[in-house]
Design a protein around this ligand. Structure first.
Ligand SMILES: Nc1nc2c(ncn2[C@@H]2O[C@H](COP(=O)(O)OP(=O)(O)OP(=O)(O)O)[C@@H](O)[C@H]2O)c(=O)[nH]1
Ligand SMILES: [Zn+2]
Length: 215
């Protein structure tokens, strides 16, 4: 009998990962127990009592949160670009406003925002959701925004043999808004241009116009 994702595994396991969505990134090397122990230490170090009722489950929660936030650390986000469709279309494909949440590697605080991805196909196109899946998976790593932007652009150029790729990322960094310099509302923009979008000023202007909703 075909097992669906809601049925109990035949081995009786209640491990939620048994039927994990293959599209979701997974990082099995996350050491949950080590994170729990570290969080207990941090709570004690800031003057809290890690054994008070409200904090008892906190170390385990934080461990699960890090496992989720860093699920893309060991995976290959390019796997989402493996299935392509042959299509006689050679103009811009743009998916705008792909929301994401990543983690700043300097402070381990989130930076959140939107990515805009455009490419010029060369005989093959990819499912639109796959562009968003790439962003989602690359975002689940500790990093800087520049690296996220370039990683996404390189993957699309490489795996789709695209004639041009443009990735623009805009985000708010919690480490700049809630601590340190404390500048709520500040926005960080990065872009990575490849192929025609880098070399041809007309193509570059066209794609930036579409991303910025001009014209
Ligand atoms: N280039 C870049 N810098 C980032 C990113 N996320 C955070 N930062 C910056 O990383 C820098 C780390 O600076 P440090 O001087 O080492 O750390 P800090 O003393 O906590 O710095 P402040 O944030 O200025 O208080 C800060 O300027 C952050 O704004 C990012 O994605 N890209
Ligand atoms: Zn930071």
């Amino acid at each position: 009998m075909h097992e669906s994702a809601t049925e109990t595994p035949s081995n009786g396991s209640s491990d939620h990962r048994f039927f994990a969505d293959p599209n979701e990134p997974r990082n099995d090397s996350v050491d949950l127990k080590a994170i729990e122990a570290a969080v207990r230490v941090i709570l004690g170090a800031v003057g809290e009592d890690p054994d008070r009722e409200g904090l008892l489950e906190t170390p385990a929660r934080v461990a699960r949160m890090y496992a989720e936030m860093f699920a893309g650390l060991k995976s290959d986000p390019g796997r989402h670009l493996a299935k392509v469709f042959t299509e006689n279309y050679d103009e811009i494909v743009l998916v705008r406003d792909i929301s994401f949440c990543s983690m700043c590697e300097h402070h381990l605080l989130p930076f959140t925002g939107k990515a805009h991805i455009a490419y010029l196909p060369s005989g093959k196109v990819v499912g639109l959701s796959k562009l968003a899946r790439v962003v989602e998976e690359v975002a689940r790593r500790p990093q800087v925004q520049e690296r996220l932007t370039q990683t996404v652009a390189d993957l699309i150029e490489d795996r789709l043999s695209a004639r041009g790729v443009a990735v623009v990322v805009e985000s708010t960094h919690s480490c700049m808004t809630m601590r340190g310099v404390r500048k709520p509302g500040s926005l960080c923009l990065t872009s990575a241009m490849r192929g025609a979008f880098r070399d041809d000023p007309m193509s570059r202007a066209e794609v930036l116009g579409l991303i910025n909703r001009v014209g």
